[in-house]
Each structure stands twice: as structure tokens, then as C-alpha cells.
Ligand binder design. Structure first.
Ligand code: 13P
Ligand code: SF4
Length: 364
């Protein structure tokens, strides 16, 4: 979900990078423990430089939930700031420094389409459906899932969550990332053709007949991440030919064909920890967002770390959070007590979402 971001005022927009860094540093010093800056691994280095905590979506959600700071500046994307607001019971000021920082994948599962699909499935006779949504989804979808006995997952805990859902129902309706759902379920031993189906929300019953629907355990919503769609089997093959000693590690938002032939796969946190622990001199081709891969390469000059995609795989919405946007939000707060870009979720939505988020935290 993207909203219009107001242009930055000239006293911020005209700062050099050096000046903007100084503004952020002094505003943070003035605000002290009343502010915490959270930075997702896909953020720009200039933003990460000021983050009190960096992490993947699960780690940052936990930190936001447990934070006592009055102000949480979330350098990530919209659904992450929404989750932070809901997990803190709306008691904190949560700001997203650029309102255009949405997630294209989250936008692929509109709650009204999900509700229509759910109704269709019930009409077809399906029972005991457990809805599961990846945290990359709107607060409205999380609330739908919470209300219907379901649960949230992130890429770090998807296996435990899908296991829980399988134990608690006959069908798992997984939103919005078909790839994460398929890769994780396949990794757990489920069969792609006999246990899973793809649900295309544009077609009646998702493009399936009733018998198929009732027979399959995992229903995968037809959504994907456009950034991770930029990796291909061809790229893997080229690296294997040119530098066979390279270990290929990818995020589970990549298509199954890529995950299947890569050497390792897992969440951003898993990718970081694996490369950190690797031997000096090792070679890595990484299938995830560009900023993270570039940072890993800088942090580990003793290893060769490149992107699996030699051209680009930048999350343009994550990238909208700039040093200047961060300076704007913090300077307004520190100098004038002004609150820009608040992300606030209504109470009913938050209560229902928290049911699903709570079930996730109980498992991970
Ligand atoms: P993580 O859960 O690994 O942080 O991933 C979030 C995301 O948006 C990946 O595209
Ligand atoms: Fe969304 Fe993909 Fe960007 Fe992650 S990388 S925030 S899933 S668009």
C-alpha cells in the first residue's frame, strides 16, 4: 500500500549527506531513549548507519513489541510499521520515514479478494481451513487471518507455522507469497502436485475444481515478490559453469526451480549468519535484495560475495527511505515535537491481527 509522501521541506532537502548525517546524530542525541530507530537488512547503508537495531522482519517485530521507547522510527516498509503499531497496542508513535515505502507483494492480496475466495471455498464444502499469512501483508489481511483462527509467519519461522497449521486444520490457505509457501512446504516433505494447489484470485475457486480443492492440503495464493522474481535458473547455471566452487544461497521468496538447485536457502537472517560463519576465501552468490548483498560483501572482504543476478535486484520501495527522510522525521521530533508519517492501525483491526501475531510468537 503506497501513499503520497509530502516533499521534504527545503531546510532538510537541501542538506548535503554530511549535514544530514549530523542532523540525525544530533536529533537522536537530544531524543535519547525516547526514540528507537529500526532498520531492515534491505535498507541503504546511510540509514543503517543510524539504526539502533537491524534485523529481519521477525527480529524487528519482536524488538518493536518489547521496546519501551515512546517513538519508533521504522526504516523498512509499510507492513512492518503497521505490525509495530499493532504489537505496541497503539501506545507508541510509529513513523515510516517515507509513506511510499510499501511492499508490492503485500499489495497482491487485497483483503476483499481474500474474503471472496474464502467464501467460495466454504461454499464448495471445504472445512477446517487455517489461514496463514506471511507478515508481508496488510493489517487488514492479518486481522482476517486472526479472526478466522489463523496465524502469521515470517521467512524465519514459516516451517513451524505451517506445521502448526497442518496440525490444526485440513487445509492451509497461504497468503500472499506462493513461493515461500511452496518452498517451505516442499522442504517439509509435502508433494507439490499431490498436496498443493495454486489459487488464482481472478478465477472461480482460484482456477481449481471442487474435487481438487478438497483433496489438497496447501492452497497457495498467487502472489510473489517482484524483486526475488529477478533471479533465474539460468543465472545459477552460469555461475556453476564459470565458478563451480561458489556456494549459491537464496531467499525462499525465489521460485522453487531456483531454490531446488541452489546449495542453501533461508531467510535474510539465515543468509547473514551462514555467510558470517563461512571460511575466509569462500565464494558466495546470493539470491536476495541488492543492498543486503552489497553490505555483506563490504563486511566480509575476506570472502567473495556477489549477487546471483549480475544486473539489479533492488527493492525500490525499501529504498525510498533515505537519509534525508530519516533526518526530516527525527529533526521534527527533536526540535519541534512534531510527528511526521505516523502509521496507526484502528483498534479492531489491531486486536484481530494481534491474535494471529500472538500465535506466531507463541511458536517462535
Ligand atoms: P525477511 O523476513 O527475511 O526479513 O524478509 C522480508 C522481506 O520483505 C523479504 O523480501
Ligand atoms: Fe516486498 Fe519483495 Fe520488497 Fe520484500 S523485497 S519488501 S517482499 S517487494
Amino acid at each position: 500500500m503506497q501513499s503520497a509522501q509530502v516533499p521534504l521541506p527545503p531546510h532538510i532537502a537541501n542538506l548535503t549527506d554530511l549535514e544530514a548525517h549530523a542532523v540525525v546524530t544530533s536529533a537522536k542525541a537530544k531524543l535519547g531513549s525516547s526514540v528507537v530507530v529500526l532498520g531492515h537488512h534491505y535498507q541503504q547503508d546511510d540509514v543503517i548507519a543510524h539504526a539502533d537495531f537491524t534485523g529481519d522482519s521477525l527480529k524487528l517485530a519482536r524488538i518493536a513489541r518489547d521496546s519501551t521507547a515512546e517513538n519508533i522510527i521504522f526504516c523498512g516498509v509499510h507492513f512492518m510499521a503497521e505490525a509495530a503499531d499493532m504489537l505496541t497496542g497503539g501506545k507508541r508513535f510509529v513513523s515510516l520515514p517515507d509513506l511510499g515505502a510499501g511492499c508490492d507483494m503485500a499489495d497482491m492480496a487485497e483483503v476483499r479478494d481474500v474474503q471472496d475466495s474464502w467464501n467460495d471455498a466454504l461454499k464448495a464444502g471445504a472445512q477446517d481451513i487455517i489461514p496463514v499469512t506471511y507478515i508481508n501483508s496488510s493489517a487488514a489481511l492479518k486481522a482476517f487471518v486472526g479472526k478466522n483462527g489463523g496465524i502469521i509467519c515470517t521467512s524465519s519461522n514459516a516451517k513451524a507455522v505451517i506445521q502448526w497449521a497442518l496440525e490444526n486444520g485440513s487445509h492451509v490457505f497461504f497468503f500472499p507469497d506462493q513461493h515461500l509457501g511452496r518452498n517451505v512446504a516442499k522442504g517439509m516433505g509435502l508433494d507439490v502436485s499431490s498436496d498443493m494447489l495454486l489459487w488464482d484470485p481472478k478465477k472461480p475457486l482460484g482456477g481449481n475444481d471442487k474435487a481438487t480443492l478438497l483433496a489438497k492440503k496447501i492452497w497457495l495464493w498467487k502472489g510473489h515478490c517482484p524483486v526475488h522474481a529477478l533471479f533465474s535458473v539460468h543465472q545459477v547455471k552460469k555461475i556453476r559453469e564459470a565458478a563451480p566452487e561458489t556456494t549459491i544461497i537464496v531467499h525462499p521468496e525465489c521460485a522453487m526451480e531456483i531454490v531446488d538447485i541452489s546449495d542453501m536457502w533461508g531467510s535474510t537472517d539465515f543468509i547473514i549468519k551462514t555467510i558470517e560463519a563461512a571460511a575466509a576465501g569462500s565464494k558466495w552468490a546470493v539470491g536476495t535484495e541488492k543492498r543486503l548483498v552489497e553490505r555483506l560483501a563490504k563486511q566480509h572482504p575476506d570472502k567473495t560475495i556477489t549477487s546471483l543476478n549480475p544486473f539489479t535486484c533492488l527493492c525500490s520501495t525499501m529504498n525510498r527511505i533515505s537519509l534525508h527522510n530519516l533526518a526530516w522525521v527525527l529533526e521534527g521530533l527533536a526540535e519541534r515535537g512534531e510527528r511526521y508519517n505516523q502509521i496507526s492501525v484502528d483498534q479492531v483491526t489491531a486486536q484481530n491481527s494481534n491474535l494471529a501475531l500472538g500465535r506466531m510468537f507463541d511458536l517462535s
